[in-house]
Design a protein around this ligand. Structure first.
Ligand code: CO
Length: 214
């Protein structure tokens, strides 16, 4: 067994000792339940850990991560997390957080085949197609890449707003906000893209849903 692997279990014991040292009831309190105010939808990239970036503790963030922080309407995993977060946990905020230098977004800019993942990446290519005029106008490759990362987050925020789950919550008067962020791996800072949805008012009419029949 590698040293790295053994270290994981050692680290865990150390972490438990540190936490209980600071607060003897830390795990007892957590075991009683969770009421996180935030759902985080982020990239699976190992360099973008939701809790550390936001200075939050266990119990504060419900997390869903996949390659390139995508919100796909056919993704049962994402829909289940979203439904549970909105309808059971009643989170007040959802943040879609992308990051500069995202490998998934980079792959979507090129045409190299990688494998099964090509079919996931294809959905990111749709974002390029929606915004190709703006993106093709950017000649500097890094700037274009950065902008593509940002536009991908904007589209995923909008895709969240399009879901029946989010729109039904809004229609019921639930306090729920969706936001778009981009994290910089180079300096650790978050750029708030200022795309904030708290109702479906700003969605194009074709996406607006009326109250569900109950
Ligand atoms: Co990424």
């Amino acid at each position: 067994m590698s040293q790295f692997y053994k270290q994981l279990l050692e680290n865990n014991k150390k972490w438990v000792a540190e936490k209980t040292n600071l607060d003897p009831d830390f795990f007892t309190k957590l075991s009683e339940g969770q009421t996180p105010p935030l759902l985080w939808i982020g990239c699976a990239d190992s360099r973008v850990p939701a809790n550390e970036i936001t200075g939050t503790q266990p119990g504060e963030v419900f997390v869903h991560r996949n390659i390139a922080n995508m919100v796909l309407h056919t993704d049962m995993n994402m829909l289940s997390v979203l439904d549970y977060a909105v309808n059971v946990l009643k989170v007040r905020h959802i943040i879609v957080c992308g990051h500069y230098g995202c490998g998934g977004v980079k792959a979507a800019m090129g045409s190299n085949q990688i494998g099964l993942i090509d079919n996931w990446i294809r959905c990111i290519k749709d974002v390029y197609r929606f915004h190709y005029k703006d993106l093709d106008a950017i000649k500097d490759e890094t700037q274009k890449f950065d902008r593509f990362v940002e536009l991908n987050v904007v589209e995923q925020v909008m895709d969240l707003a399009k879901t029946s789950i989010v729109q039904n919550a809004w229609n019921k008067g639930q306090d729920l906000w969706i936001h778009g962020w981009v994290y910089s791996i180079k300096n650790g800072l978050v750029k708030d893209l200022n795309v904030n949805y708290g109702s479906n008012d700003e969605l194009p009419d074709v996406y607006k849903l009326t109250m569900e029949i109950v």
